[in-house]
Design a protein around this ligand. Sequence first.
Ligand SMILES: NC(=O)c1ccc[n+]([C@@H]2O[C@H](COP(=O)([O-])OP(=O)(O)OC[C@H]3O[C@@H](n4cnc5c(N)ncnc54)[C@H](O)[C@@H]3O)[C@@H](O)[C@H]2O)c1
Ligand SMILES: O=C/C=C/C=C(\O)C(=O)O
Length: 486
Amino acid sequence: MKEFKNFINGQFVTSSSGKTFTNRCPVDNSVIGTVHEAGQQEVDMAVRAAKAAMKGPWGKMTQAQRTALLNNVADRINERFDEFLEAECLDTGKPQKIAAHIDIPRGAANFKAFSETVANHPTEAFHMDTPDGLGALNYGQRTPKGVIAVISPWNLPLLLMTWKVGPALACGNTVVVKPSEETPATATLLGEVMNECGVPEGVYNVVHGFGPDSAGAFLTEHKDVDAITFTGETRTGEIIMRAASVGLRNISMECGGKNPGIVFADCDLDKAVEGTLRSAFVNCGQVCLGTERVYVERPLFDEFVQRLKDGVEQLKMGRPEDPSVDFGPLVSQEHKDKVLSYYKLAVEEGATVITGGGVPEMGDALNAGAWVEPTIWTDLPDDARLIKEEVFGPCCHIRPFDSEDEVVHLANDTNYGLSAAVWTENSAKASRIAEQLEVGLVWINSWFLRDLRTAFGGAKESGIGREGGVHGLEFYTETKNICIKF
Ligand SMILES: NC(=O)c1ccc[n+]([C@@H]2O[C@H](COP(=O)([O-])OP(=O)(O)OC[C@H]3O[C@@H](n4cnc5c(N)ncnc54)[C@H](O)[C@@H]3O)[C@@H](O)[C@H]2O)c1
Ligand SMILES: O=C/C=C/C=C(\O)C(=O)O
């Protein structure tokens, strides 16, 4: 039985209120351990420690010293790779094969990439004329914002948390992280790594708990938090924006999606099927960038539906440690109930179920887990709730289209605007479509291919702001203009 404590000022601390909650593994609903819930007192301690650390050794380090420390953190994550892998897969139930390829390596890489960005991006400089003819020089200086609150979700816990902690620390800030209550393990383990690498106390803090009336709300409402970076549901983002409005604190929001996949008849069909299989079903469909609406040009429609169905029916479900397994459970019983309610709704709204639609028979021990079948539907009307709302499960709806204009209209007919995948061998058409899509990210003939130097974020209700590369620097630093009169 494990214990997950808060990590504050370099120490693992229990909750002064004595409040705890149970962390369960969604594979079989077994108990992993007990999590110590942070109350107002622990959140105050964490923010105080983070604020003090800005004035301590961390605040006085050179960029090169900080970079060296963050590189050590990345290396240490890789040295303790198997522990991170096991912790992440117990919390989420995801196959180790996937986490070993995506979550843990990116968790480490996030600590390396942004030090390079900080070192290699200049600030602006402008010479200006003045009436006396002598002129003046303006130049920009980036300074850390201070204490950054990081609120992260459960679907890619280490990856999405370090995607924020990496640049925040590379820019010289300190952080207080509130990981999802579903996945406390890797954020806690990272506390050990920070200590092992000699990251000064108070630079990285973790408070465990829930959203409302718990650590999430206490942290985002805290007046000494200077900026908040959030990944999660759009409705949660709205609540956090309200909290951030007090004291005009800056926010970065990476929220939900209802992402289209657009498959033209001139695509490379093998690649389009394989790519859509990944984009709709990897991580049990729990990826914000995942495809939940697939539009296929009519001549290819029947063949594509059949090929995707065949692919889905070959996915192997099972325990995370089995190397042949591609498909795990959802993250929790609660999320399973939500996804199954959408499976029921789809049928009520008139869907034809091409495959799946229910709960798989997994055998005795696993039947208590959060398993659902990967599911494909066709024939839903464009205004169905299932076409409008994010399910965040292993499912997609496939609909035929006849023209470029029609598919652009269908793809954009949503409140969300995170990402899209376009499949065609005609690059002029691909660019034409990509430029018309109201999203933050378009992949052409690929999906979730990430270059950390590029802008990442969503349009419409999928988010506010961009992180990644220099865009992250804009959020994690305050740019000061210094004007020197000659
Ligand atoms: N755009 C992206 O980059 C991206 C990436 C991953 C996930 N997501 C989105 O995240 C969602 C799934 O994650 P989730 O269910 O963990 O999201 P969620 O919004 O329920 O929770 C996210 C985090 O916010 C915290 N939280 C909840 N209420 C809060 C409150 N009132 N104040 C402060 N904190 C609060 C939670 O405890 C958790 O740590 C999906 O909508 C998905 O699309 C988006
Ligand atoms: O579930 C959402 C995945 C988000 C991925 C990233 O933020 C990233 O790759 O940096």
